[in-house]
Ligand binder design. Structure first.
Ligand code: OAD
Length: 251
């Protein structure tokens, strides 16, 4: 059965000027990026503290580097899906579309979205743990051992948020500012268990937004949304784009 939404959401979506879209790993699942907690999820195969913590990096830098290099390779070989593309197209028909993503895969930018707050960093960026110098993915792509900073010799790490680390302040502040004026908040493909990202739908709802979950399965947060769309990101987001563009054509 084709995925659909309520008449209430249709009306709201046709009129909306400020839409915030919070995305998680399920957003990129149809592109071929594994999620974290599904039956085939990354954290079913590896323990996060072995690969995604600063302590792990200091004790086994080459292992952690190699794992991120492998993930970077997967991501560079795949493409944004219909959901990413629908979100990028929404920017043309809605005044403010802001994406707040937990994903590090850069697929929103590659699809053409321009207002993006990356709460957990971006796998294509790297920086020196000693002097903070940024290094592009191209500069380090061929390295299978962890590279060293050309200025100070420090270890280069991926610019992603590891367990126990703070979110980048600018991304978090930007996200909170965006949700404070959002009329609609779409939460797409996240299990809603990692905080503070998981608190965003509730912050948006309390600020007056109509909140919608798009997910293939119920989550811990499903009961707190105004509406739930059961379907994939690649089905539901093009459906919402169509709701909007059809109404533009009728004007
Ligand atoms: P999870 O793996 O926890 O959850 C993915 C969600 O996507 C699940 O609720 C799935 O049901 C849903 N899903 C799967 N395929 C989908 C599809 N095609 N369309 C829509 N929904 C789909 O991933 P996140 O919630 O993003 O953090 O995980 C949050 C954080 O935990 C990640 O950013 C990462 C991880 O540890 C860090 O690395 C800091």
């Amino acid at each position: 059965m084709a995925v659909s939404c309520s008449d209430r959401l249709r009306r709201k979506f046709r009129a909306a000027r400020n839409v915030v879209v919070c995305t998680g790993a399920g957003m990129s699942a149809e592109s071929g990026v594994p999620t974290y907690r599904g039956s085939e999820g990354i954290w079913k195969k590896f323990r996060p503290e072995q690969l995604a913590s600063f302590d792990a990096f200091l004790s086994s830098p080459d292992l952690v580097w190699e794992w991120y290099r492998h993930r970077r390779e997967i991501i560079s070989s795949i493409e944004p899906n219909a959901g990413h593309i629908a979100l990028a197209e929404m920017e043309r028909s809605i005044e403010h579309v802001v994406i707040v993503t937990q994903n590090i895969d850069n697929l929103h930018r590659r699809a053409g979205s321009t207002r993006i707050h990356e709460l957990h960093g971006n796998i294509e960026r790297n920086y020196c743990i000693e002097c903070g110098e940024f290094v592009t993915a191209q500069d380090v792509a061929s390295s299978s051992a962890v590279p060293r900073c050309r200025h100070c010799g420090g270890l280069i790490r991926p610019d992603v948020v590891w367990f126990g680390e703070q979110l980048p302040e600018a991304a978090w502040t930007g996200a909170i500012e965006a949700v404070s004026t959002a009329e609609i908040l779409l939460s797409v493909g996240t299990s809603g268990v990692v905080y503070p990202a998981a608190s965003i739908p509730d912050i948006a709802r309390r600020a007056g937004a109509y909140t919608v979950e798009i997910n293939i399965e119920p989550t811990e947060l499903s009961g707190s949304f105004n509406e739930v769309i059961r379907g994939t990101a690649g089905e539901a987001l093009p459906m919402l784009l169509q709701v909007r563009t059809h109404s533009d054509q009728e004007k």
